[in-house]
Write a protein that binds this ligand. Structure first.
Ligand SMILES: [Mn+2]
Length: 456
């Protein structure tokens, strides 16, 4: 998947791809929520509160109606990051001045048997919720205004703010609109601040549990890529490969793809965010497959490019090797604690410019690398973080060079996912083959296997 990039001149997008070995799940007596230690969510809330001492913090979760009938309900990323709560209609309040002894309150909708006939059993605002979510206090949603008034009465808002972890400019989210309405009514004179940037910086560095979830998402995505050679053939349709990818994702427990699958053959391989996936795959085409499983909220982002008939042409092969070399140059250029994403981009572009390969009107191939080199991944495929600072340890990034030459009907992208550490980059998607000979071999092997089973 490609990120539209304001940082890199002449670039519009970045792409996504990746793979890695999936580490065994931690088995322990540690209380877990959504496969992360309960204590991790608590630590994030404490850290946020400690950074925003000049007022209260409000974080709206999504309401059930937000996504309508078109999508399954899924939680807002920031709300999930701070609570692990996946139920709709919840709001988190953090307050420096305690309310009934609590510095954090989780507001949940009251028990509604009628509604539960539609959306299933929901957590109730009671002691059980406090225990299972590890929050100091759980209260019914409709008491939020009362709590705010009590805090105001206690002087909590004298010269203070409301930090809202939500986009105030575009409150198309029903939950944000409702919250802003409550604030207008009950705290009309208290300034409201968009505090997302504080959470964005926190989300940039992943905990060990988050890294494990990303590894699992990458492992599932790798299983999908391992299936591709068994289904890719001249004459098949792009959507057949999409079916293989999604089937593999769901079979291994992914909730959904982290972004729409990009399966582009021939001319479509040169379209960066192509996701119609309706075309019939022709002999001589290359097929760009950019997909990522989302597991427990965390999404992989990996791209591989396959030859439809099992073998790259010499020209495709040369371009493929160049894209791979550009990726390797970016990885090699990484200096822990120093490199920014833009430094890696320069290294990848230099590698392309240094090549003797040309396209179009004798242009060097960096002219056909029309998107950014990479982006953070996490709860969002184009995850939040600060690209202006050196890539911090604990962040997970994609490195995804590509060349796109519509006049030659060739698009090639290779995208892997890397963990940034104190000492270097760790390729989390290393188990998904990307060498051209490995891809051709996988195609040959799959053909032999299907020939065998046809004989049986
Ligand atoms: Mn990407």
């Amino acid at each position: 998947m490609l990120r539209s990039s304001a940082v890199v001149i002449l670039s519009f997008f970045l792409l996504c791809v990746g793979t890695a070995r999936y580490a065994a799940e931690t088995s322990s007596a540690v209380p877990m929520l959504a496969e992360q230690p309960l204590a991790d969510f608590k630590a994030r809330r404490d850290r946020l509160r400690q950074q925003l001492t000049d007022g209260i913090v409000l974080v709206p979760g999504r309401v059930e109606e937000s996504l309508g009938v078109n999508e399954k309900f899924f939680q807002d990323d920031n709300f999930f990051y701070l609570t692990g709560v996946e139920a709709p209609g919840a709001v988190l309040l953090l307050t420096p001045t305690p309310y009934q002894g609590a510095h954090e309150i989780l507001f949940l909708p009251r028990h509604d048997p009628q509604k539960e006939r539609w959306i299933g059993p929901q957590p109730k605002p009671d002691r059980d919720a406090e225990r299972s979510f590890g929050v100091e206090k759980a209260l019914p949603s409709d008491t939020l205004a009362t709590v705010l008034q009590a805090l105001r009465g206690g002087g909590a808002f004298d010269d203070k703010k409301v930090h809202l972890v939500a986009n105030l400019e575009a409150p198309q989210e029903t939950a944000v609109r409702r919250l802003v309405e409550i604030l207008r009514q009950h705290l009309p004179t208290v300034p409201v601040n968009d505090a997302r940037s504080v959470v964005n910086l926190m989300r940039m560095r992943k905990t060990p549990a988050e890294i494990n979830l990303l590894k699992k998402a990458i492992w599932i995505t790798g299983e999908a890529f391992r299936q591709i050679p068994h289904h890719l053939a001249v004459g098949c349709y792009e959507y057949e490969l999409e079916a293989v990818v999604l089937g593999t994702f769901y079979r291994y427990g992914a909730e959904r793809p982290g972004y729409p699958c990009i399966i582009g053959s021939g001319q479509n391989a040169t379209i960066l965010h192509y996701n119609r996936n309706r075309a019939r795959i022709q002999d001589g085409d290359v097929v760009v497959i950019d997909v990522g499983a989302k597991y427990r909220g965390y999404t992989a982002d990996i791209t591989r490019t396959f030859p439809a008939n099992g073998k790259f042409t010499p020209r495709q092969r040369a371009l493929y090797e160049l894209v791979l070399a550009a990726q390797e140059a970016a990885v090699k250029a990484f200096v822990p604690g120093k490199s920014r994403m833009s430094d890696l981009t320069l290294a990848a572009r230099d590698a392309m410019r240094a090549s003797l390969l040309r396209a179009g009107n004798q242009l060097t191939l960096d002219n056909f690398f029309i998107h950014g080199l990479g982006h953070f991944i996490g709860l969002n495929v184009h995850d939040v973080g600060d690209y202006a600072q050196p890539l911090p340890p604990g962040s997970v990034i994609t490195i995804e060079p590509g060349v796109y030459i519509p006049a030659e009907r060739i698009g090639i992208r290779i995208e892997d996912d890397y963990l940034v550490t104190e000492t270097g980059l760790v390729k989390l998607s290393a188990d998904i083959p990307s060498r051209p000979e490995a891809i051709e071999q996988a195609m040959r092997q799959a053909r032999r296997q299907s020939a065998h089973s046809a004989e049986d």
